[in-house]
Design a binder for this molecule. Structure first.
Ligand code: HMG
Ligand code: MG
Length: 299
């Protein structure tokens, strides 16, 4: 058992956290959230998503969000870009980094991005090429790594295959998404074991949703294996619009509390992060799903 000495947190609250909110959230609120997250010491914030506004209306103000950022020094502001159209728009807005997203499930791929897994990989190749020309790094996501809402069980070998393809294509990091939060710790370890045969551990991140309350346990399991990049969402906001029943990502506050207890460095100010979590949940009228956040805010 060797924990990494340092973990990099990728805060996905402004994107994954808010993309599924049914009521329109004004751009100012999103920008204030992103500002608070930067002030709390998060160094990587997924700020927007350059997807079709017909598919995900909540992310339609991607340009305004990117242009309105009050940038904190040393913070990477990234955005999702499923195709060249999205990438070009994101580049025009001065994005620092982008992410493409594939799935280990055919059915989910079709529901989420309207094409097969193979077609999505073909579509990403020119995105990576164009991003390289623009000197912008590309992160890759694999969804449904521990289960699919349509296909059920997903073979670890299939996850490895898609992760390898994204890595070989030039994604500097591949984030493994338990989109519907059905994973459990041993399953997470086995999946990671399969993926690390093809992609080095230091190129992988864990992106776990907490639908079944397993996300922290799953993170502990993969930290033991050496995962050193964790995606999380302040106050546990979120869910994927194309994964019915999926709840939010693991809460950033809870991850930070866990890392503190394990003596793993992360660079985040937990008090400020918890304050950001209680502020955004009040602002959008949502329950705060971070246990640590609620405990800290009610002291
Ligand atoms: P499509 O309909 O197959 O694409 O959608 P198309 O190329 O035929 O275009 C259709 C329309 O969309 C056209 O407009 C395009 O201009 C427009 P129209 O002529 O009808 O007016 N369009 C765009 N508009 C803005 N930005 C773009 C763009 N591309 C096309 N980039 C597409 C394909 C991928 C666009 C669509 O399926 C889509 O936007 N899907 C978004 C799905 C999504 O955002 N899902 C949530 C994020 S993924 C996630 O949450 C999982 C993750 O967190 C990891 C995990 O948890 O597992 C990352
Ligand atoms: Mg997600």
């Amino acid at each position: 058992m060797t924990f990494p000495p340092h973990v990099r947190l990728v805060e996905v609250g402004p994107r994954d956290g808010l993309q599924n909110e049914p009521e329109a959230i004004d751009t100012g609120t999103k920008l204030a959230l992103i500002d608070r997250l930067g002030a709390a010491g998060l160094t990587h914030i997924e700020a927007a998503s350059f997807v079709s506004p017909k598919w995900v209306p909540q992310m339609a103000d991607h340009r305004e969000v990117m242009h309105g950022l009050r940038r904190h020094e040393g913070v990477t502001y990234s955005a999702l870009t499923p195709n060249l159209k999205g990438l070009e728009a994101a580049l025009e807005c001065g994005v620092d980094e982008v992410a493409v997203f594939a799935a280990a499930s055919e059915a989910f791929s079709r529901k989420n991005i309207n094409c097969s897994v193979a077609e999505s990989l073909e579509r990403f190749a020119p995105v990576l090429q164009r991003a390289r020309e623009a000197n912008v790094r590309v992160r890759g996501y694999v969804s449904c790594v521990l289960g699919c809402p349509y296909e059920g069980e997903i073979a670890p070998a299939r996850v490895a295959e898609v992760a390898r393809a994204l890595h070989q294509m030039g994604c500097y990091e591949v984030s493994l998404g338990d989109t519907i939060g059905t994973g459990t710790p041993l399953k997470a370890k086995r999946m990671l074991e399969a993926v690390t045969r093809d992609v080095p551990m230091e190129r992988l991140g864990a992106h776990f949703h907490d639908t079944y309350g397993q996300a922290l346990a799953n993170l502990y399991a993969v930290l033991e294996e050496g995962i050193a990049v964790i995606d999380s969402s302040v106050a546990g906001l979120g869910g994927c619009p194309y994964a019915k029943g999926a709840s939010g990502n693991v809460a950033s506050e809870d991850v930070v509390y866990l890392l503190d207890g394990l003596g793993i460095a992360h660079g985040v100010d937990l008090e400020k992060l918890a304050a950001a979590g209680s502020w955004i949940t009040r602002a959008i009228g949502r329950p705060n799903r971070s246990k640590a956040g609620v405990a800290l805010s009610s002291r």
